[in-house]
Write a protein that binds this ligand. Structure first.
Ligand code: SF4
Length: 284
């Protein structure tokens, strides 16, 4: 039996930065809050809770110091914190901050914004707040017609197309193709592929690994957008299991596979990967 472990499996730069930032703050202060989940992984949250971090869903429930998660928050949170005298420790990933800056600039220049992303995802919610009034969220290629209709009603003549950092690369390409083929030729369309390199690399490696093995195990939070994308990609190629931790694996069932691939989302801690690999290795 052979195990192929993805080189890019686990923490990306932005998640590493957020978790390290929170850990170092917890060494300095007794009471620190985090607005929303710092990253989308239960094991990471559990570990930070143990160290004393308190998670809140409303800024009003926080005081003194509040951490801003890796995938950012809405624009008004910064103003509210100032009013309430709360110090924000902003651990938003620089790649997300860059998107906020771009949409703000283009909104000021009069562009209508097509934001490719999932409506409910915290990053999308945050980004929308920087877009002003003229924004439409495109969740999949079926939403493109509605986005164009909404844009036509606004009588604008330029569109910016931008994307959530953890969106699926193949779905993004499908959406772009559809926009380009459907939008009026006279419209100025600027396309910025802001899917981050960490997402791209993990998706590419998952495709490669999945095509070499009999089964794949994708490790990561069920609420993690990029982990779910890896699962979607892999299950189209081979038998695939998505698990958050070792407790969720039926190791006996794994015995029937000769070659197993292991991948993990960008918010999955090393520990979760190592624990699973160790058990699998000890079985053969
Ligand atoms: S997935 Fe990309 S954008 Fe998100 S935290 Fe990681 S590096 Fe930043």
């Amino acid at each position: 039996m052979e195990l192929l472990i993805g080189k890019t499996a686990g923490f990306c730069f932005g998640v590493e930065r957020a978790v390290e930032g929170a850990t170092s703050e917890l060494k300095k202060e007794k009471e620190i809050f985090c607005l929303g989940e710092i990253v989308h992984n239960k094991e990471v949250i559990k570990d930070l809770k143990k160290q004393g971090l308190k998670f809140i869903s409303d800024l009003n429930d926080g005081k003194n110091k509040v951490i801003i998660r890796a995938h950012g928050v809405e624009k008004n949170i910064y103003e509210k914190a100032k009013e309430k005298g709360i110090e924000l420790i902003d651990l938003t990933c620089p790649k997300v901050l860059k998107i906020h800056k771009i949409v703000q600039e283009y909104a000021q220049k009069g562009f209508y914004i097509f934001l490719i992303g999932k409506k409910e995802h915290p990053e999308t919610v945050g980004t929308v707040s920087y877009c002003g009034e003229n924004v439409y969220i495109i969740e999949d290629s079926e939403t493109v017609d509605d986005a164009i209709e909404s844009f036509n009603n606004k009588k604008s003549d330029k569109v910016l197309v931008i994307c959530q950092t953890t969106f699926s690369l193949s779905e993004y390409q499908k959406i772009i193709k559809s926009i380009v083929s459907k939008i009026d030729n006279h419209i100025e369309v600027e396309i910025k592929n802001t899917i981050c390199s960490a997402t791209k690399l993990r998706q590419e490696e998952t495709t490669e690994l999945a095509s070499k093995v009999d089964a794949m195990i994708i490790i990561g939070g069920k609420n993690s957008s990029n982990t779910n994308k890896l699962y979607e990609i892999s299950k189209k190629i081979t038998e695939t299991f998505i698990v958050e931790n070792k407790q969720e694996i039926n190791f006996q069932q794994m015995k029937k596979y000769k070659k197993i691939g292991i991948m993990a989302g960008a918010s999955t801690p090393k520990k979760s990967i190592e624990e699973i690999v160790e058990i699998l290795q000890s079985m053969w």
